[in-house]
Write a protein that binds this ligand. Structure first.
Ligand SMILES: C[S@@+](CC[C@H](N)C(=O)[O-])C[C@H]1O[C@@H](n2cnc3c(N)ncnc32)[C@H](O)[C@@H]1O
Length: 211
């Protein structure tokens, strides 16, 4: 992922942001040492943002689409009350094995349930209502995920969709992923059933609130 922010500014923001706990640093390092595309992990700034979004929204029932090695699920779990729950969906056992290991090591892990399989199939079997949905899986399905989860989101609930600036490729979309993100952004921007702002946090986080 190209960084949209100058590295100096990103580093500056990092020094002014609460640090993640040592277990998450361990997970961050293991992911970078063992995974093919470690940049998929949201990281400390967006992770802290997710945790605080969960807290300020008062969310208790969260759906995450795209677990990877579990970093963002653990960060959101930190913002949940003790009886809160995250259902997280992923298709890939290699990264899920890492996530399972860290969920077992963390105090927060008991709030997280993994459902393995294609996310669109898993969503069909979930009734919600969800207070917050974090979309962070395959880009070509973003619009499908949005359409599938919106009816299962409570009124006033929030969708956060990651990578919606897609390293700037939304300005000249060429690949199927570029085009899918651009199509998703266009669809959401015209959807009157939600309020929205496309934040320039990291790779772009679309913050969407159901009316
Ligand atoms: C960007 S990563 C998620 C990063 C994670 N949220 C984090 O911050 O650490 C995207 C994940 O989506 C998963 N994925 C891709 N296609 C999927 C599908 N059709 N159904 C479920 N998961 C899928 C991949 O296996 C990958 O782990």
């Amino acid at each position: 992922m190209l960084t949209l922010m100058s590295p100096g500014i990103e580093e500056y923001a990092l020094t002014k942001t609460d640090k993640h706990e040592s277990l998450l640093e361990e997970l961050f390092k293991e992911t970078h040492a063992t995974m093919e595309v470690p940049q998929m992990l949201t990281g400390p700034i967006e992770g802290q943002f997710l945790k605080m979004m969960v807290k300020v929204s008062g969310a208790k029932n969260i759906l995450e689409i795209g677990t990877f090695t579990g970093y963002s699920a653990l960060r959101m779990a930190e913002g949940l009350p003790a009886d809160g729950k995250i259902t997280t969906l992923d298709i890939n056992d290699v990264c899920l094995d890492v996530a399972r290991k860290y969920f077992a090591k963390s105090e927060q892990g008991k709030k997280i349930e993994i459902i393995k399989g294609p996310a669109l199939d898993s969503i069909k079997n979930l009734s919600g209502p969800f207070d917050l949905v974090f979309i962070d899986a395959d880009k070509t399905n973003y619009l499908n995920y949005y359409k599938a989860v919106l009816p299962k989101l409570k009124s006033g609930g929030v969708i956060l969709a990651d990578n919606c600036l897609w390293s700037g490729r939304v300005l000249d979309p060429q690949s199927p992923e570029d085009l899918a993100i651009d199509e998703f952004n266009n669809f959401v921007s015209k959807d009157d059933s939600v309020e929205k702002v496309l934040l320039t946090v990291r790779d772009g986080v679309f913050f969407i609130r159901k009316k």
